[in-house]
Design a protein around this ligand. Structure first.
Ligand SMILES: NC(=O)c1ccc[n+]([C@@H]2O[C@H](COP(=O)([O-])OP(=O)(O)OC[C@H]3O[C@@H](n4cnc5c(N)ncnc54)[C@H](O)[C@@H]3O)[C@@H](O)[C@H]2O)c1
Ligand SMILES: O=C(O)[C@H](O)COP(=O)(O)O
Length: 513
């Protein structure tokens, strides 16, 4: 992958100073500006390649669309619900959170026991021993909470759609459906991300299924427990108490929950220990530096395809994919828009690469076609939005070596280009059934034209180029001599007017790679 150049980063919140220090030591200019309004952020963000946030900065679509050259949004922490990840992906911006969150999980996992202990002592005389705790969300924090609460003698049950029951059983959590879980719990704690499927997970209906007097804890995100439903349940006694570290609006303007006598609350302090914050600040800075240095990509939540593009071997293949896309697009310009793209990689070298090759080909095909600027992060999203169906497959191709073949369909007709990497550089092997005698080096200014082979063709084209003041740097002829075939000429500069070629050729396109 082309190195990601990050020269200036804005840190818009109180992130541990080690973050700034690490970035600066690695040659990145850092500006810290806190408490910016949305308008201030929109005005400020234009000048930066990177943004580092915690949970208070709302990186909405408006903010993202106001960016000029933003390449990365780094979250010094876990939750990325304050970032519009879809808008960032569409704009080709990487969203990354701190990868090593074990330390943070340990910090947050203490908030739940603290809330439960406080609720017990505040709401008079109940033992934790033997009580049933329902844990919704059995990831890093859910697991840490389970083991801590077991040490108080609590029985832990839980639900998670992804973490397998046999895994949670090894840390003492018996998994079951939410329908089975709600009526059994004395306490419920939620540890999921906030997303459409978890918003309002505990609502009027689920509270009604719970034991009367159930106590709930939310140290994850405001809104996973519906705040209005919680208030109603507290008022009716269906809920006997709540420990809340997080709110839909922070700080909450509606104080009904905060002021409720059966609620204990904190202003989003679950992860606020010096140790956890230092670790998050350090991790996000190191992750960004590693990415810029081309060492690797970890923690990206929307650009997993990029992770496999950091091996040196992938760079030329990515260039090839983009170049093949540009060639096909240029040679079918008059026939677009295309509706389907089929990418077939072949050979051992490209095993496991079809993800980034697909994205690379789409970058080439969509450049100058899409209004947005396509890159490896957004090209498949842009293709989907344009209604282009993209399919890919890989064959071992023991006989023909490593190659990437791209076929596009336009109004029922298909066009095809096949390329490879030879001698460490991308080359084109075939264009629309014209197999080149010598592979075409995909670099510099290239003129492709389709014509019937004849002894006059080359001198005529050379003469025309000379008249236009353009030198011919290379010439690639097709292997076949009969019928219309594609030729390629390397040029010292692009021709001012392709129309001059019209009397000599059937079709022509020129491009720079
Ligand atoms: N209060 C704080 O300061 C603080 C600090 C850190 C994290 N958090 C919050 O805690 C959340 C969890 O953090 P984590 O590190 O454990 O994340 P994680 O990704 O390790 O675990 C989240 C788990 O939730 C599960 N999940 C997803 N949808 C679910 C659903 N519908 N029902 C049940 N489970 C579901 C996932 O499968 C995953 O196992 C974060 O997303 C963040 O919002 C809050
Ligand atoms: O998701 C997180 O990491 C926590 O909610 C902590 O958020 P904060 O970095 O704003 O304290």
């Amino acid at each position: 992958m082309a190195p990601i150049s990050i020269k200036r980063i804005l840190i818009s919140e109180s992130v541990d100073p080690c973050c700034k220090k690490i970035l600066q030591e690695n040659g990145i200019q850092v500006t810290e500006k806190q408490n910016m309004s949305k308008d201030d952020l929109i005005a400020e963000i234009k000048d930066y390649d990177g943004l580092v946030v915690r949970s208070a900065t709302k990186v909405t679509a408006d903010v993202i669309n106001a960016t000029g050259n933003l390449q990365i949004i780094g979250r010094a922490g876990t939750g990325v619900d304050n970032v519009d990840v879809d808008a960032a992906t569409k704009k080709g911006i990487i969203v990354m959170n701190s990868f090593n969150l074990t330390h943070k999980a340990i910090t947050v996992a203490w908030s739940t026991p603290v809330f439960i202990v406080l609720m017990i002592s505040q709401f008079m005389g109940a033992e934790m021993y033997g009580k049933i705790l329902g844990i919704v969300g059995l990831g890093r924090i859910g697991k840490e909470v389970a083991t801590r609460m077991q040490s108080f003698g609590m029985k832990t049950i839980g639900y998670d759609p992804i973490t397998p029951p046999e895994v949670t059983a090894t840390w003492g959590v018996d998994q079951m459906s939410l329908e089975q879980l709600w009526p059994q719990c004395d306490y419920i704690t939620v540890h999921t991300p906030l997303m459409p499927s978890t918003a309002g997970l505990l609502n009027d209906t689920s509270f009604a299924k719970c034991k009367k007097g159930v106590k709930v804890v939310n140290c994850a995100r405001g809104g996973i427990i519906d705040e209005d439903a919680l208030l109603r349940a507290l008022e009716s006694g269906q809920c006997g108490g709540a420990g809340l570290d997080v709110f839909v609006e922070e700080p909450p303007k509606n104080r009904a929950l905060v002021n409720h006598p059966n609620v204990i609350s904190c202003p989003h302090l679950g992860a606020s220990t010096k140790e956890a914050q230092a670790r998050c600040g350090q991790d996000i800075a190191l992750q960004i530096v590693d990415m810029v240095m081309g060492k690797g990509l970890v923690g990206a939540v929307n650009a997993q395809v990029l992770a496999s593009t950091f091996s040196p071997g992938s760079h030329q293949w990515i260039k090839l994919g983009e170049a093949v896309g540009v060639v096909l697009k240029s040679c079918t310009t008059s026939k677009q828009p295309f509706s389907q793209v089929q990418i077939t990689t072949q050979g051992d070298c490209l095993k496991g690469s079809s993800g980034y090759m697909t994205s690379a080909v789409m970058v080439g095909l969509l450049t100058d076609v899409s209004k947005s600027c396509p890159n490896l992060v957004n090209s498949l999203t842009l293709a989907k939005e344009s209604g282009i169906k993209v399919t890919r497959n890989h064959s071992e191709g023991l006989t023909q070596g490593d190659s990437c073949e791209v076929e596009i369909s336009v109004n029922g007709s298909s066009y095809r280009a096949t390329g490879s990497v030879q001698g460490g550089a991308p080359v084109l092997l075939e264009l629309n059934h014209s197999v080149f005698r010598q592979p075409v080096s995909l670099t510099g200014n290239l003129l492709f034209f389709k014509a019937a082979a004849s002894p006059q063709l080359l001198p005529s084209v050379t003469g025309l180029l000379a008249t236009a003041g353009v030198e011919m740097e290379s010439f690639s002829a097709p292997a076949a001599r009969s019928g219309d075939q594609w030729f390629c000429v390397g040029l010292s500069s692009l021709l001012g007017d392709l129309g001059a070629l019209k009397p000599l050729v059937k079709e022509a396109a020129q491009l720079s790679v």
